[in-house]
Design a protein around this ligand. Structure first.
Ligand code: PEP
Length: 251
């Protein structure tokens, strides 16, 4: 099964609307289409401007969070329908920063993933172990739980369109990346978990990215691994030059 690699930038809480416009005006005519899918996950306030700026260019826009309800008394939240209405295609769910600082749990990740699919929004579900879990040999156990609980109740058709980002927490924003071989091992394991939860067809289609201090000078090693289908990138996605180099690394 040929899977199209997906390079997604996670801007976190960076860039005003004007900064976001300036960024995409600098990169959009250089974006390769076809062999790589390019996604920019921006703060809510910049999403509509980015959709407008990238109209007719080969890049999709993603949000960094979503609520599971369609509407209601949820002050401060944004629903899947609201994101779809402005042209957002992807949404990051369960990023470790949301798990750590905003009480995201496996249960809310699952609710959000189901709600996203119900509205035609594609989830990028983040999983990954922290340093203590890694050092005590619990990486696979932890990641297995996160994956199984995230996909509970999804149909096979939905699961095929899912993107999973394996992001060891200790590698996010630290400059310490997982070796490509270690990332491959965990990602192959995640693919086998998806096969157990669904079937081999779903497992061969689901895209699984690596994330954690990916930069233009190390991305190739990840892309060469058979089970790694691209990267979710924070810091190195913020500057136009390095973002383009990441996208262009897909051959
Ligand atoms: C992230 O924010 O998902 C991430 C992987 O960040 P960084 O690339 O900066 O480690």
């Amino acid at each position: 099964m040929q899977r199209t690699p997906i390079i997604a930038g996670n801007w976190k809480m960076h860039k005003t609307i004007q900064e976001a416009r300036d960024f995409v005006r600098a990169v959009r005519s250089f974006l390769p289409g076809g062999k790589v899918e390019t996604v920019i996950c921006a703060p809510f306030t910049a999403l509509a401007a980015l959709v407008e700026e990238l109209h007719n260019y080969p890049a999709a826009i993603g949000a960094q969070n979503v609520h599971w309800e369609e509407s209601g008394a949820y002050t401060g939240e944004i629903s899947p329908g609201m994101l779809v209405e402005i042209g957002v295609k992807y949404v990051i769910i369960g990023h470790s920063e949301r798990r750590e600082y905003f009480a995201e749990t496996d249960e809310t990740v699952n609710r959000k993933a189901k709600a996203a699919f119900a509205h035609g929004l594609l989830p990028i579900v983040c999983v990954g172990e922290n340093l203590e879990q890694r050092e005590s040999g619990k990486t696979k156990e932890l990641v297995r739980d996160q994956v199984i609980r995230a996909v509970e109740g999804l149909s096979s058709e939905q699961a095929k369109q899912l993107v999973i980002a394996y992001e060891p927490v200790w590698a996010i924003g630290t400059g310490k990346s997982s070796s490509a071989e270690d990332a491959q091992e965990v990602i192959a394991f995640i693919r086998s978990m998806v096969e157990d939860a669904f079937d081999s067809q779903v497992a061969s289609q689901v895209r699984i990215q690596y994330g954690g201090s990916v930069k233009p000078d190390n991305i190739m090693a990840y892309l060469e691994q058979p089970d790694i289908d691209g990267a979710l990138v924070g810091g190195a996605s913020l500057a136009p030059d390095s973002f383009l180099q990441l996208v262009e690394a897909v051959r």
